[in-house]
Design a protein around this ligand. Structure first.
Ligand SMILES: [Zn+2]
Length: 204
């Protein structure tokens, strides 16, 4: 989808304080748009891995859509929030949300007109970092899929995983900025790479 704004104009707490209508309208459009998208072969392959892999698994995503869930994955952690949630800044509730926020609907929990997108903006702390680091510490294998390796803290996970003793694999369209940190890197379309890798893991 074409965006009409620089990300700094809409994806920061400062932007929201300065022009809340602009920010809410932008996220209302995004929320509507993602509901028309469908999971691709990579989402479906990861959902299959989640279903069939009996060991521990955690799909940590920087994506804010619900395509992993719609593909059927359950062990998913959205470190940058979710378009289909709203966050009440009055009572701190997070509620499933598919409608627009521009008209300042009431929070279902407390009634306050204080809902904002449940999206981690620049300058805000990503969610559930303790759980992510605990998973990195336990992991035997860390796989990075479809990321430029430019946005921290996620870009640093490969080094954390290495320090904790995990093997590391990159699956990406092209070498990421952190590609040298991986034991192995495969480059090409995620839809093909991920499906092939899941087949390998599951012994198909
Ligand atoms: Zn509330």
């Amino acid at each position: 989808m074409r965006t009409l704004h620089n990300v700094e104009d809409v994806a920061t707490p400062e932007a929201f304080a300065r022009d809340p209508d602009l920010v809410l309208r932008f996220y209302d459009m995004r929320r509507e748009a993602i509901q028309t998208k469908a999971p691709n072969a990579a989402h479906l392959a990861l959902a299959r891995l989640d279903r069939e892999w009996e060991g521990e698994l955690l799909i940590v995503t920087q994506n804010v859509d619900d395509l992993h869930e719609r593909a059927g994955a359950e062990r998913v952690l959205h470190m940058h929030g979710e378009h289909l949630n709203a966050w009440c800044t009055a009572c701190d509730a997070r509620v499933p949300w598919t409608a627009p926020l521009i008209d300042r609907p009431a929070c279902p929990e407390c009634g306050a007109a204080a809902l904002r997108p449940d999206i981690v903006w620049f300058g805000e702390m990503p969610y559930r970092m303790d759980e992510i680091f605990a998973a990195l510490e336990r992991a035997d294998l860390f796989v990075s899929i479809g990321t430029s390796g430019a946005v921290y803290p996620a870009a640093g996970f490969v080094r954390n995983a290495r320090e904790f003793g995990a093997a590391t694999l990159e699956l990406n369209l092209e070498p990421s900025q952190g590609t040298l940190w991986f034991d192995e890197a495969r480059h090409g379309l995620a839809t093909e790479l991920v499906a092939a890798w899941v087949d390998e893991v599951l012994g198909a």
